[in-house]
Each structure stands twice: as structure tokens, then as C-alpha cells.
Write a protein that binds this ligand. Structure first.
Ligand code: FAD
Ligand code: EGU
Length: 467
């Protein structure tokens, strides 16, 4: 088994954070036989009545599904997800245009965040060697000894040591604070000018207010709204706009006026009164992009999920990437015989370039959508992508397809996209050059036989045309 004398059965793996990635990771480590301790600052969300937090539903795609399937959870989650086969683009005039994600089997799923988290916690608890510790907020830890200190709700503290600490404590990670103190640790964080706010669109006469099996999008350059379906036949609409614009809207009247201008078709579906109140229920939330490297400290600690890479949500990949982290780590555990001293540096080496790429792609998409994506442009771009893919299925694969429906490494998908763009540009150049050369050749070889007409006759002809 593992080097260092201890077998996996004797080693304690502390997973800090019982969110989506932490709960899934607990399953991965428990399956290998480690003594898994999950520490989560919140109360058990399965007992809490209302969980107010980040986005209510999420788009689950291939990478996330693959990660779930390795711990036998894919079916359970997919069966409670709502397939979205196409986007539905809402134009300003109320017109709706579907654009499929791909072939028949290519769809993404709208899943409930709270339910996904609960199912994963329950699954982790099924392993006798996994234990959940709720109401344990990590305060600090020591990279030298692996000793962690937790704050309990009664104000007391509790200390524990682990052989490996897996930081899954989200974008504002406490685990990461110790990384920041070390030499040669790279870190960058960028807040974007946009915030987001969630609104619920209720069912109409017991049915979905809009077509359910779509990701609904209202692209309006600076402003954008997205809606994903829920099992209770509601939609969760997420409105994205700059904080400066959020500030300008202070009354219910302002909200309705704003929607009148940009999302008129959504007003009756959300309901004027609901819109006026829901809008002010919570302040707009910020979005941050975080990159860092390396992801590990010696053989003691590793970062995964948002604690390692928070991405802006404009590719629907944050959770999917975090779930894929778990697969990548698990594969390296096999390759390195669970020797943490070898696994951790290898994990950083392999995973950093891919996570950095998805962070860049998501940011790039944010900048692009904000700059010039209205409904016409969105429809046009996706149709061009799909047409080229149809004409040259092996050569040209749209970037979103590689990101969403394959496990091609993110950095390879980006490289391939650059290469494809070159091919497309050269193809266009060849076509254009060919047209000019071919045309010139034909004209030279077969000069058009224009009968020479005396100039005075031209005038006569023109006059006769008029009559
Ligand atoms: P989190 O979900 O943040 O979990 C961290 C956990 O750690 C929490 O439970 C927290 O309570 C706990 N914790 C924090 N600090 C401590 C501490 N000191 N001690 C103990 N516990 C602690 N991704 C997608 O794939 N598809 C989407 O469609 C999508 N849409 C999104 C839309 C929006 C608006 C946003 C903001 C994000 C979206 N994401 C999406 C991204 C996704 O939400 C995240 O990538 C994902 O939640 C990351 O999971 P995580 O477990 O790493 O972090
Ligand atoms: C944003 C917020 C459409 C859930 C990117 C597409 C998102 C999601 C797109 C949110 C867009 C944008 C893609 C998917 C997905 C598209 C994608 C974005 C889910 C390029 C709950 N994005 N999102 N791209 O192609 O690949 O449909 O909050 F509007 S799913 Cl911004 Cl595939």
C-alpha cells in the first residue's frame, strides 16, 4: 500500500468544506478506505429549513456527470435533473428562437444545488469510514503539523490533526490563506463589474410558464438574463448587470420600467407584483474569478474546486470543473500508489493549466457577451459554428461542444480552437483568392462579347426603356 508505513485505512483525510466538491471528494476518498472527516462551517443543510445562498440551480454537463458516475451517483442525480436540449433565445420583440446544443444525446441538465449537495452528503455518509462534522468552521491550520483549529457555534474551539487536508472551502477559502503566506505561490483575483440577482418565475395553471427543456437566454449586451427550469415547474431567472446599474434601480416602479425596456416578455411571466418585491429581497451578488498555483503544500494539503479556481459563471463550468478535479486527482492516486508526496505535485502539474484555461474562457465569454452579444449576434454566431461543424464534422468542433460535451482537457480544447480558427481563416483566404484568380482567368480567356454601340444609340435605347 502507501509508503510511510501507514496503510490508507490508518490515514486521516480531512475534507474542509461540505459543499458540492467537498461532499463528492468525501465519497472518492472514502471509497479508497481512508478515514475521512468532513468539516463544514454550516449546519447540516438536510435539516435546515431554508438555505439561502448562491444560485438555486446549475447546469450539469459531461465532466460533472462523469465525476458522479465514478462514485455511482450519476443516475440518482440525472433522474432529478431537467434536460435542456437547446437554448431558447428571447429577442427584444418577444420572438423565441431555439438553437440545439448538438445531436440528440447532447443536452445539459438543470439540477437543484441544494438537492445535489444533500444527495452527495448522504452518499458520503453511507461509507462507515466517513464522518460528517457540521458546525465546524475552520479558523486556521498549520502547514508544518497539519493541525487544524475549528470554531464551534458555542464559541469554543476544537483542534484536530490529519495526514492530508483537502481544501474544498470555496472561493473565499480559509485553507488557501496559508498558501498566500508562502514563497512562490501565485495568486490573482478579479471582481467583474457585474452582479447577479435571482428571480423566480412561477408556474402558470400548474404548468411551466415557458418551454421547460431549454436554457432560456435574453442576451442584451450589458444586461443579460438566463432562466433554468426546476422540478417544481418554476424557473429560476438570473439577471446579470453592472453594479452601477443595480444602484440606479431603487423602487418597484424602476424595476418594472427597466424590465419594460429590456425584458418585456418576462414581466407577465414573473408577475408585476412579484417582480417589484422579489427584486429587493437580496442585494445583487458579486462574481469573482480566482486563479492560483500550485494547488498543494508538500504532502499535506491540496486545494480543489472553487478554493483553487473560482470562475465567472459564463460558461456554466464552475461545478463541472470542480467535479472533474476529483476525477483527475483520483487517477493520479492510482498512478502514484496513493503516495501523497508524489500525488500532490503531479496533481498541481497536470491540473493547473486546465483550470486556468477554463477561468480564462469563462472570463473571455463574459467580455464578449457584454461587448456585443445581442440576440441576433448570438443566433448568428452559434449557427455559423454549427454549420461549419456540419460541413467538416471531424475538423471543426465548436468550442462550447468540446468544453461541455467532452472530457478533452480544457487547455487542449483551447489549443484546438485556435488551430480551427486558423484553418477557417485560411479556408476563407483560399476561397477568396480562388474566386479572384478564377474569375480573372475566365474573363481573360473568354472576354465578354459586348457589342460596341455608337454613343448616340445608347441614348435612344435608354429613352425607349423609359417608354
Ligand atoms: P462551494 O459550493 O462554495 O462550497 C464550499 C463549502 O465550504 C460551503 O459549504 C461552505 O459553507 C464551506 N466553507 C467555507 N469556509 C469554510 C470554513 N472556514 N470551514 C468549513 N467550511 C467552510 N457551475 C456549473 O458547473 N454550472 C452552472 O450552471 C453554474 N452556475 C453558476 C451560477 C452562478 C450565479 C454562480 C455564482 C456560480 C455558478 N456555478 C456553476 C459555479 C458553482 O456554483 C461553483 O463552482 C461550485 O459551487 C463550487 O463548489 P465548491 O464545493 O468548490 O464550493
Ligand atoms: C450562466 C449562469 C449561453 C447558468 C454561455 C451559453 C450560465 C449558466 C454559454 C447560470 C450563455 C452563456 C454554456 C452552456 C451555460 C450556451 C456555454 C451559462 C449555464 C458558451 C445559473 N453556458 N451556462 N456557453 O452556449 O457553453 O448556451 O446561472 F448565455 S450552459 Cl453566458 Cl452549454
Amino acid at each position: 500500500m502507501a509508503s510511510g508505513g501507514k496503510s490508507s485505512k490508518d490515514k486521516v483525510v480531512a475534507v474542509v468544506g461540505g459543499g458540492l466538491v467537498g461532499a463528492l471528494n468525501a465519497c472518492y476518498f472514502a471509497r479508497r478506505g481512508f478515514q475521512v472527516e468532513v468539516f463544514e462551517s454550516r449546519d447540516d443543510i438536510r435539516e435546515a429549513k431554508v438555505v439561502r445562498g448562491r444560485s438555486i440551480n446549475l447546469a450539469l454537463s459531461h465532466r460533472g456527470r462523469q465525476a458522479l458516475s465514478r462514485v455511482g451517483m450519476e443516475e440518482k442525480i440525472v433522474s432529478k435533473g431537467i434536460p435542456m436540449h437547446s437554448r431558447m433565445i428571447h429577442s427584444l420583440n418577444g420572438k423565441q428562437s431555439p438553437i440545439p446544443y448538438g445531436k440528440k444525446g447532447q443536452y445539459i441538465l438543470s439540477v437543484d444545488r441544494a438537492n445535489l449537495n444533500k444527495e452527495l452528503l448522504t452518499e458520503a455518509e453511507r461509507y462507515p469510514n466517513a464522518k460528517m462534522n457540521f458546525d465546524h468552521k475552520l479558523q486556521d491550520w498549520s502547514p508544518d503539523t497539519g493541525l487544524m483549529t475549528f470554531l464551534r457555534p458555542d464559541g469554543s474551539t476544537q483542534s484536530l490533526r490529519a495526514d492530508l487536508i483537502v481544501g474544498c472551502d470555496g472561493a473565499f477559502s480559509t485553507i488557501r490563506k496559508q498558501f498566500l503566506r508562502r514563497s512562490r505561490f501565485n495568486f490573482s483575483q478579479t471582481y467583474i463589474p457585474h452582479g447577479y440577482l435571482e428571480l423566480t418565475m412561477p408556474p402558470v395553471a400548474g404548468e411551466f410558464a415557458m418551454k421547460p427543456n431549454y436554457l432560456h437566454i435574453w442576451p442584451r449586451n450589458t444586461f443579460m438574463m438566463i432562466a433554468l427550469p426546476n422540478l417544481d415547474k418554476t424557473f429560476t431567472c438570473t439577471l446579470f448587470m453592472p453594479f452601477d446599474e443595480f444602484k440606479k434601480i431603487t423602487t418597484g416602479y424602476d424595476v418594472v420600467e427597466f424590465f419594460q425596456e429590456y425584458f418585456p416578455d418576462a414581466i407577465p411571466l414573473i408577475g408585476v407584483e412579484a417582480l417589484k418585491t422579489d427584486y429587493f429581497r437580496l442585494p445583487a451578488q458579486a462574481m469573482v474569478s480566482i486563479k492560483c498555483s500550485s494547488y498543494h503544500i508538500n504532502d499535506k494539503c491540496v486545494l480543489m474546486g472553487d478554493s483553487a479556481h473560482a470562475v465567472v459563471p459564463f460558461y456554466g463550468q464552475g461545478m463541472n470543473a470542480g467535479f472533474e478535479d476529483c476525477i483527475v486527482f483520483d487517477e493520479i492516486m492510482d498512478q502514484c500508489n496513493e503516495d501523497f508526496g508524489a500525488v500532490l505535485p503531479e496533481y498541481s502539474r497536470v491540473r493547473v493549466p486546465d483550470d486556468h484555461t477554463i477561468a480564462d474562457l469563462a472570463m473571455y465569454n463574459y467580455v464578449e457577451m457584454r461587448a456585443h452579444v445581442n440576440s441576433k449576434w448570438f443566433l448568428f454566431r452559434k449557427k455559423v459554428d454549427d454549420l461549419l461543424h456540419f460541413l467538416l464534422p471531424k475538423t471543426i468542433v465548436p468550442l462550447y461542444t468540446m468544453v461541455t460535451f467532452t472530457r478533452i482537457r480544457y487547455h487542449e480544447a483551447l489549443q484546438r480552437w485556435h488551430w480551427q480558427n486558423k484553418v477557417i481563416n485560411q479556408g476563407l483566404l483560399v476561397c477568396a483568392t480562388g474566386a479572384v484568380l478564377g474569375g480573372s482567368y475566365l474573363i481573360a480567356k473568354h472576354p465578354p462579347k459586348i457589342p460596341s454601340i455608337p454613343i448616340e444609340k445608347v441614348w435612344d435605347r435608354l429613352l425607349s426603356l423609359k417608354v
